[in-house]
Every structure is written in C-alpha cells, then in structure tokens.
Design a binder for this molecule. Structure first.
Ligand SMILES: N[C@@H](CCC(=O)N[C@@H](CS)C(=O)NCC(=O)O)C(=O)O
Length: 220
C-alpha cells in the first residue's frame, strides 16, 4: 500500500490528486504546520532526511519531491496514461513543465511569500522600515519583473494548447496545479491571468481533484 506523508495546505495535494486519477489505493499520514512558522513538524524528518512533504513510501522505497513522485507513479501505475507518447512534441512540452514548476516558477513564488511575511513580521519599530525597504526593493527589482515574465509566458503557452502536457491531461498539469494556484493568488496585476484561471478551474472540476481535496484538505 502506498503511504503519502501529507502536510496540510501543501504541494502534497498534487500526489493525492495523481493517485486519485490513477485509481491507485493509498493511505495518508497527516502532518500539521506550526501555526507561527508554517513549517512542518520534525517527525517528517523521520521519513526522509529533508523533512518535506510530499514524501511517499511504496514497497519499502521512500520518495520525496513532487515531480519525482508523480513520474514514479505514472511509470509504475499509469499503463501509458498521463504522459504523452515518447518522441511526440507533447512529450517535450510535458517534460518541460514537469521541471519548470519547481525549478523555474516556484522559487519566485516562494520569494514573494517570504518578502510578504518579512513586511508583516513583528519586528522592533526601528528595524521595521529597513526590513520593509529591503523586501520592497527585492520585490521591485527581482521578484515582480520575473513573475510578470512568467505570467506572460504561461498565458502564451495555454493559448497554444489546453493542457501543460499538450492536447490531453498529463502529470504536468498535476505538477503545475500548485504554482498556478499560488500565482493566481499572489500575482494580481502582473499580467493576463484569465487563461491560468480557466485552467485552474477546469482542473478543480475533475472528480479526482475533488476527491483529493476531500481526503487531504485545501492545497493553499
Ligand atoms: N520541491 C519539493 C518541495 C517540497 C516542499 O518544500 N514542501 C513544503 C510544503 S509545500 C514543506 O514540506 N514545507 C515544510 C517545511 O519546510 O518545514 C517538492 O516539489 O516536493
């Protein structure tokens, strides 16, 4: 039996959704975030040294990292589903978005989140304006211009094909669901979000996505 080590409101939703799409039975071990720091508990480090979620165990093997987990699940249980045919243009696009989600887009979304938290952190009054200035500076010079480019890029990609894996739903749409949801949440005013919103709504309507929400709770 597959076990998903599931941190509340996290990237781990993607793994539950993928398993629901595949129709593979699984059990969930739940972890709560620290209400102040939002970090996961130390007990996650007993499963994998990095202590991150999602982490999955299957047949005595331990897997961490959503992209690697999704690829493993599709390869082992997909029977050819959720990945475009080898050698096709869609396969190239699918692979790109499997890596782009965590490798290219998430770092800016995480920086945006951290800078927002720095600005609202309970700091001594004389430090607060300095911290705010640094966070605003990083936002204006690094984070926001990059997020604007990502929004424009993703809008263009969804104009070419309805899915991140091309013409049909693949694991790339599952992998992209978390950063797309975070982008819609954090990138208001940074460019055209309509196609991204439409994609997110279409994914959310899927019965498997809904079942994952019922079992694991909201992702953000
Ligand atoms: N690149 C990893 C990132 C994993 C990750 O950072 N997960 C977050 C939840 S979204 C986490 O475990 N945070 C808790 C912590 O850092 O203590 C993946 O795609 O799985």
């Amino acid at each position: 039996m597959i076990t998903v080590h599931h941190l509340e409101k996290s990237r781990s939703h993607r793994v539950l959704w993928m398993l629901e799409e595949l129709g593979v039975p699984y059990e969930i071990v739940r972890y709560a975030r620290d209400p102040k720091t939002l970090l996961g508990p130390a007990s996650l480090r007993e499963i994998h040294p990095l202590g991150k979620s999602p982490t999955v165990t299957d047949d005595g093997r331990v897997f961490a990292g959503s992209g690697a987990i999704l690829e493993y699940l599709v390869e082992r249980y997909g029977e050819g589903r959720f990945v475009p045919p080898p050698g096709s243009d869609d396969r190239v696009r699918h692979r790109y978005f499997m890596h782009y989600a965590e490798g290219s887009l998430m770092p800016y979304l995480l920086m945006k989140l951290v800078c927002g938290r720095v600005k609202s952190a309970p700091l001594p009054f004389f430090v607060k304006p300095i911290a705010r200035r640094i966070a605003d500076g990083v936002g204006a010079t690094l984070i926001d211009p990059n997020l604007q480019r990502h929004v424009a890029f993703l809008d263009g990609e969804l104009a070419k094909a309805p899915y991140f894996g091309g013409e049909a739903l693949t694991a790339a749409d599952v992998q992209m669901s978390y950063p797309v949801t975070a982008l819609i949440d954090r990138a208001a005013g940074m460019g055209p979000l309509d196609r991204l919103r439409e994609h997110a709504a279409r994914m959310r309507e899927r019965p498997a996505f809904q079942r994952a929400l019922e079992r694991g709770g909201e992702m953000l």
